[in-house]
Ligand binder design. Sequence first.
Ligand code: HSE
Length: 437
Amino acid sequence: MKAINVGLLGIGTVGGGTWTVLTRNQEEITRRAGRPIRITAVADRNLDLARGLVGDTVKLTDDAFALVKDPDIDIIVELIGGYTTARQLVLEAIANGKHVVTANKALLAVHGNEIFAAAQKQGVMVAFEAAVAGGIPIIKALREGLSANRIQWIAGIINGTTNFILSEMRDKGLSFDAALKAAQQLGYAEADPTFDIEGIDAAHKATLMASIAFGIPVQFDKAYVEGITQLQAKDIRYAEQLGYRIKLLGIAKRKANGVELRVHPTLIPGKRLIANVEGAMNAVLVQGDAVGATLYYGKGAGAEPTASSVIADLVDVTRLHTADKHHRVPHLAFQPDQLTDFPILPIEEVETAYYLRMRADDKPGVLADITRILADLGISIDAMLQKEPDEGEDQTDIVLLTHVAKEKAVNAAMAKIESLDTIAGKVTRIRLEELNG
Ligand code: HSE
């Protein structure tokens, strides 16, 4: 049985995990794939580190561009990350007739349309299970397991770093800065955690899931992205008192006039299973018209969980390697000529419920002014929390939960409330999703 030869670009955390798991489970994986899958070449800038892991059993090089041209390689696994060199390497591998397996969500969310088109033309596969939610097979579920459904919405905790930070803030009453420091000390957050805490990493993943769920091109530039850096511990506390938890959600929702694609901190009812996903874990909730709600839970990062997805892709590609290239599972779940230009809606057009917190004078008529503004804009109040003013203070926090409203109307209401003499500073707004299918 001729082995399938894999060239690994990058043997860091995930690459190392891929080597380890593939070696450890070689026999089982071969029984599944139908032929052995062997890493026969590795490209890495750190040759000593690579040699330390794989020894002298495989070809080692620091020239990734040479590896993607190597005629002995069938599949390139791209694990170097980033947009620029990774894009060139992936396109070069495709041009050389190689299949590609990648964990690079940033690359696909930004350059996916170009890469999938090139792969389609060349008759090769680009597989990316590891790009979304690490070890959770969510791409497989959306693309194949749920293919009978008209998918209505997806809501995912798809960034473990931010979920860890939010859990720390809730459990220990920490500020965002203190929780971020804890995440860095434990090695969850990168030294530069921008992509995680600003919601960009989650938006890359939500972008890919939206494309597969709705059959639309990849459109990261149209996603609304808001991270957790402005979140205050007291909002987590007030949300809890109202029966909600705050999670950074990646949301993709089908509406009559387009798709909502957004990442932002979100109140969700504490009783939902997904609200209880804590620490660095990931979970994705998918609502389909036939199946109803399905929930996928697991580790969204780490060496072996992510390797689990990389290797699942290697098995898939190996099984289909010799199959008719016109009848493979399409990259974005829908046949390439069946993708639609259903628009991504601007955030002002989004409809959801809202948590609004404001600092108000504690005197008669203030609440009446606020509720009048909301009523005039057609925004209905669902619940309210008013705190006792602190000792010696004559201002207090008022928290309102609204029913579903259009973001444009809520923006107008916030501006009017902020202009009242009895309101100090800005209104804090956090979106709220019931996630009740
Ligand atoms: N940085 C990501 C996270 C893992 O914190 O979930 C890789 O996608």
